[in-house]
Structure formats: structure tokens, C-alpha cells
Design a protein around this ligand. Structure first.
Ligand SMILES: *Cc1c(COP(=O)(O)O)cnc(C)c1O
Length: 431
């Protein structure tokens, strides 16, 4: 039970301190109780806490939209607000769908998404998701996307080596679009990292190739940067790393520095203009949430962006990313660490019963959860995805703090997976 926080540490009701090793589920950027964000929210409270964006605008939302346009890839000039990552993606899907109706191409209705994708928990976003454990039960409720292979070097079923994997996966996409592009509205992708799938990294060049192919076949590219946005991958947005400008981009998680629920869907003038017309043309995009463009959240987001600029946050990430890589290299040799994966400050450490034969732990052993429970004893809060131990520290973490947190993870992995743990009858709940 968390009662308070200080910097990158959480404090429970008994006064125990824990490193926030997953940034409060991938949202926190500059640590907790960051004075500039606290003050921005209080200042906005002295003006107005909330007004509707239906037929009105508000100053923080207006100013933030301008700044988001300034920092996102070229061409993303229009901003539509909502409240969380799922709604940001939902908006992108509906916008893409309706866009083609206004273009006189109503047959373009399908979406392409990747195997093992995660785009949120609402019905539309679950439809384009590909994680069986989360999504199977809702199947009768969903629309069906065209799934293409996930280009993760490790899990790709088409190829063993990264470069080959990217090419083969792109070739599958090209084939699908060659046959079906007249029915395809858009392709949605988590650029560079499939996060909820267990931090699966795309091979270099894949994203740029997807952009090239979607452009060739006149299919809208939707970049879901909900997890990767705001510096997580080492650049402000993952798309920058392959010079990709998508047609729509979904942002949330880090947008307020991890303070308040807020999301934005950005798009191009071309998509925006398709919705213009007189009343009788009935081109309105009927989507809006009660708390859309909430002024307190937008004030927090403006303070967040100001800190990025003033503290040169992106410029300072290099040594932190390098420290993570060094510590991970040390961890990769552990007997039960199958693979370590890193993209900027996004890390997945995959546990394996037998790494040489690639034998996973059984589901019942809950190896990932056991490691995370052990880490908590040493003052670190992390969460697993299956047997992938996830480490996603706030960007503000110092190199020393990063080293300490990864030392705790290494110790926890070593202890939990030690000496035939799998065979000694010890239950995960004993750990
Ligand atoms: C977390 C996440 C979402 C959903 O965001 P919520 O704010 O939890 O609704 C969507 N897409 C990606 C890639 C995410 O990581």
C-alpha cells in the first residue's frame, strides 16, 4: 500500500522505501513529486480544473497541442485528445476507418496488426491485439484484423537471424497488401518494441520498411507510441530512429510525466481535411470523452515537456543506457537467463529453465513473479510479463541508481533460480 513517494522511490504505509523499477507501469519520467509538475498543476487549479472541449478549447490544451506538433515527426499537425492509451488507439482506428469513407473508398475497412501486439484493453484495441492470454475470451465481440508475423528476432517463426527476420516479415506484409490493399484501411504497429508481448525488439530497418510498403499501397500507418514515446527508447519517439513519419500516432503513458490520465492522437492535415465540410455533408468524427483535454493534465504535460527541454533529458540518456547494457551483459551469462533485451530504457530479462535447449519454466512455477517478489525484499518494485522480468526505470534515474536496481535484479534472479529450484518442490509462494 503506497502512501507517498520521493524522487524515483515509493514509500509504503509502514515507511518502507522501494525503487519504482517499472515507472509506475511505464508512465513516470522525471520521478515523483517533481516540483515543476506539482507546481504547474497547482497553478492550473487556481484557474480552472476542467471544462469541456465540446465546442470550446482551453489554454493548456491549446498550448500543448502546438508543442506536441513541434516535437513529433513531420506532418503530424493535428491533435485529438482523449484520456489513456487505449482511447488514443481507439480514436486512431476509428479515424482511419472513417477517413476512407470520406475519400470515397468505403471498402477500405480492414486493419493489419502484428502477432503478439498489444494496443490497449477496449474492444477496438483488443481486436487489433494479438496476445492470446489477454484477448481470447473476448473473441466473439471483436472485429478481425489481418495478423502479420511479429518481427522479433528471438521469437520470429520465419527466421533465426535478425536481418533475415526483418526482411521475411516485411515480405509477408508486402504480399498481404499486394492482394488486399483495396480493403485495408490501416496498419497499426508498436514501433521498435512490442512492449506487453514481453519487450520484443524489432530488427533494425523493419519499421522503415513497413512505412515504405504502407505508403506504396496507400494504407495508413498508425504508430502506437503509447509505451515508446517520451524518451523511452533513447529518442523522444521511437519513429525518429528510423526517420519514419506515420499517418497517425497514439501517445499517452509518459505524456504527463506519469502524473495524470491524458492521451493524444496526432494525425496529418490530409486526414484532418477529409473531415471538413458543411453540416449537411455529415463528416463529423463522433468521438469525444467527458474529460478530453483536461486542463490539469495538459498543464502537467506542458511542465513535463519543459523539463525535457530545460534539463536536456534526452541528451543525458546515453550514459544511463550504456550502464544498463553493461549490467545486462553481466546478467546474460547467468544459468537461467535465456535472453536479455534492451531498447533505451526498456528492458526484458527472459528466464529459462534450460537456456541451452531453450526450455522455458512451466507456467505453474511463475518464475518471473518469484523473481519480482524477491526483488521487493531488497527494495525494488518490478513486474514480470510471464517469465520476462521487466525493468523500465524512470528516465530521471541516475547511473548509480540504475546500477543498484540492476544489482538487485541480478541477485534476485540468481537466488530464485539457484540450484535445481525447479526440482526441489519449492513453491513460488514460498519465495
Ligand atoms: C499501455 C499501452 C496501451 C494502453 O494504454 P492504457 O493507458 O493502459 O489504456 C496501448 N498501447 C501500448 C503500446 C501500450 O503499451
Amino acid at each position: 500500500m503506497i502512501a507517498a513517494a520521493n524522487g524515483i522511490k515509493l514509500i509504503d504505509t509502514e515507511g518502507n522505501e522501494f525503487f519504482d523499477g517499472v515507472s509506475s507501469l511505464w508512465v513516470n519520467i522525471h520521478g515523483h513529486r517533481k516540483a515543476a509538475i506539482d507546481e504547474a498543476i497547482v497553478r492550473q487549479l487556481g484557474q480552472v480544473a476542467h471544462t469541456t472541449m465540446l465546442g470550446l478549447a482551453n489554454l493548456p490544451a491549446y498550448e500543448l497541442a502546438g508543442q506536441l506538433v513541434g516535437i513529433t515527426p513531420a506532418g503530424l499537425n493535428r491533435v485529438f485528445y482523449s484520456d489513456d492509451g487505449s482511447t488514443a488507439v481507439e480514436v486512431a482506428l476509428k479515424m482511419a476507418f472513417q477517413y476512407w469513407r470520406h475519400q470515397g473508398k468505403p471498402d477500405k475497412q480492414k486493419f493489419i496488426s502484428l502477432e503478439q501486439a498489444y494496443h490497449g484493453d477496449t474492444v477496438g484495441t483488443v481486436s487489433v491485439g494479438g496476445i492470446d492470454l489477454f484477448h481470447r475470451v473476448f473473441k466473439p465481440l471483436l472485429f478481425t484484423p489481418v495478423h502479420i508475423p511479429a518481427p522479433s528476432c528471438y521469437h520470429c517463426r520465419l527466421a533465426a537471424d535478425p536481418a533475415e527476420c526483418g526482411l521475411k516479415c516485411a515480405a509477408v506484409l508486402e504480399q498481404v497488401l499486394a492482394e488486399q490493399h483495396e480493403e485495408v484501411a490501416g496498419l497499426i504497429i508498436e514501433p521498435l518494441v512490442q512492449a506487453a508481448a514481453g519487450m520484443l525488439m524489432s530488427p533494425p530497418g523493419y519499421l522503415a520498411k513497413v512505412r515504405e510498403i504502407t505508403r506504396k499501397y496507400d494504407v495508413l500507418l498508425i504508430a502506437d507510441e503509447v509505451a515508446t514515446g517520451f524518451g523511452r527508447t533513447g529518442t523522444m519517439f521511437a519513429c525518429e530512429q528510423e526517420a519514419v513519419a506515420p499517418d497517425l500516432m497514439a501517445l499517452s503513458k509518459g505524456i504527463t510525466g506519469g502524473y495524470m490520465p491524458l492521451a493524444a492522437t496526432l494525425t496529418t492535415d490530409e486526414v484532418y481535411n477529409a473531415f471538413l465540410g458543411d453540416y449537411a455533408a455529415k463528416k463529423t468524427f463522433y468521438h469525444g470523452h467527458s474529460y478530453t483535454g483536461n486542463p490539469l493534465a495538459c498543464a502537467a504535460a506542458l511542465a513535463n515537456l519543459r523539463i525535457f527541454r530545460e534539463e536536456k533529458v534526452i541528451e543525458g540518456l546515453g550514459p544511463k543506457i550504456a550502464a544498463i547494457a553493461d549490467r545486462l551483459a553481466e546478467m546474460a551469462v547467468l544459468a537461467h537467463v535465456g535472453q536479455v533485451r534492451q531498447c533505451g530504457l526498456i528492458v526484458g530479462i527472459e528466464l529459462m529453465l534450460d537456456k541451452s535447449k531453450k526450455v522455458p519454466y512451466s507456467w505453474e512455477q511463475a518464475a518471473g513473479a518469484s523473481v519480482c517478489r524477491q526483488a521487493r525484499k531488497y527494495g525494488l518494485i518490478i513486474r514480470p510479463i510471464g517469465d520476462v522480468v521487466v525493468f523500465m526505470p524512470p528516465l530521471a534515474s541516475t547511473v548509480a541508481e540504475i546500477n543498484t536496481m540492476l544489482a538487485i535484479i541480478k541477485r534476485s534472479v540468481t537466488e530464485v533460480t539457484a540450484a535445481d529450484w525447479a526440482d526441489d518442490g519449492l513453491q513460488p509462494t514460498d519465495l
